[in-house]
Design a protein around this ligand. Structure first.
Ligand code: NDP
Ligand code: X2W
Length: 350
């Protein structure tokens, strides 16, 4: 455990994941917020833009071009894809840890990254040493890493929903795994977009990215990594009229061994001691409001006796376990802090 406070920088403090990082870190016992950037709001007190932080965050936004991030111990990038990788080399050289909430350090195959993000990777050598930031799957790698690729929001639900089965080889992989996933509109960020206008997204529900979504290659690569073999995967995201929250319904065909296994017992054993993954009792129907505002993922298992399929329902808050909360969890591990520091939050209900 270290006794000095960790100096934290946040690049992209005016976006949804940026303000969520501020909310969590403002009460973190081991953190000193040092720099919060905005290109458009430099000089403005953070609490003037976000009154929810009055009395909690006393800094003003700094222009990222003027910010000396090398004075920080860790920098979170809550920015669009491509920003973190443009600064990672200098920060790593200065001994600063980097946690990117975008996709720059998630996909080890740079050709796949370039295909989906239309950016060429500027620091593949740093990518090669980066850890994929789901602690429940890669805690030791996270602890040792200087750079974290924090996962996309959808991937966390699908990967934690499937890991126990994949690790034990209990899925019939001759047929595709299917995830039907739904997100609240804050998943699209704070930037202006027609699809997230109130008149477009409220009282409405729609699928999108059916022909291809950039989280498909991220999830697919990780599924194959965990399974150690080829996996077929179908992914359909949906936009639903909520501000925050995400629900994935995952369908898998169990293998012969899977059909004979106590799946509920397997999941309970796999996630025992994991504070942020909750395996609900048999028959439960997870609700997004049971995790709102908290770094919590809850899941329930529904065996379909007639077909040999298992349905797994997973919920999380896209901005917390799906983004900023998981990023803070990763920081805690990287700095050998209590993994739950700053994250002991009871979800907000109703
Ligand atoms: N929203 C979600 O649920 C999730 C988001 N993510 C990922 O996290 C990242 C941030 O998402 P989110 O907070 O929703 O996005 P927003 O669009 O809400 O915010 C983006 C932030 O980045 C800043 N920014 C934009 N361009 C640059 C730049 N070139 N240099 C420095 N700062 C820049 C903006 O600030 P300003 O213009 O003031 O400088 C703004 O604060 C994205 O990569 C997103 O894909 C990941 C998981 C979930
Ligand atoms: C509702 C909505 O629009 N969600 C976003 C995903 C948010 C996320 O995790 O994005 P990154 O991979 O970009 O970090 C989307 O589908 O594009």
């Amino acid at each position: 455990m270290q006794s000095k406070k960790i100096k934290v920088g946040i690049v992209g403090g005016t976006g949804y994941t940026g303000v969520e990082l501020l909310r969590l870190l403002a009460l973190h016992p081991d953190v000193e917020l040092s720099v919060i950037t905005s290109r458009g709001e430099a000089g403005l007190p953070v609490a003037d833009m976000f009154p929810s932080l009055r009395g909690r965050v006393n800094l003003a936004f700094t222009d990222p071009a003027q910010a000396d991030l090398t004075l920080c111990d860790v920098v979170f990038f809550a920015t669009p894809h491509g920003v973190a990788m443009s600064q990672a080399k200098a920060l790593v050289a200065a001994g600063v840890k980097v946690i990117d909430l975008a996709a720059d350090f998630r996909l080890q195959d740079t050709a796949v990254f370039e295909q989906w993000y239309k950016l060429s990777h500027s620091c593949p050598e740093i990518l090669a040493d980066a850890a994929y930031g789901i602690p429940e799957l890669y805690r030791d790698k996270v602890r040792a890493a200087q750079v974290i690729g924090n996962p996309g929001c959808y991937p966390t639900t699908v990967l934690l929903g499937l890991a126990p089965l994949l690790e034990q080889g209990l899925i019939d992989l001759s047929v595709p795994i299917i995830s039907d996933s739904k997100s609240g509109v804050s998943g699209a960020g704070r930037k202006a977009e027609v699809a997230t206008l109130f008149a477009e997204s409220s009282d409405n529900m729609k699928a999108y990215g059916v022909a291809g979504h950039r989280h498909h290659p991220e999830i697919h690569a990780q599924l194959q990594q965990i399974a150690g073999e080829q996996v077929q995967f179908i992914f359909v995201p949906h936009l639903i009229p909520m501000i925050r929250g995400m629900l994935s319904t995952i369908y898998v065909k169990l293998s012969a061994l899977g059909l004979k296994t106590d799946i509920q017992g397997l999941y309970e054993a796999r996630y025992q001691g994991e504070a942020f993954v909750d395996v609900l009792p048999p028959g439960s129907l997870p609700e997004t409001r049971s995790v709102r505002g908290a770094n919590q993922l809850r899941l329930a298992l529904h065996p379909q006796a007639d077909s040999g399929y298992l349905t797994i329902i997973v919920v999380q808050d896209n901005l917390v376990k799906g983004a900023a909360g998981q990023a803070v969890q990763n920081m805690n591990i990287m700095f050998d802090l209590d993994e739950q520091a700053g994250l002991n939050i009871v979800p907000l209900l109703p």
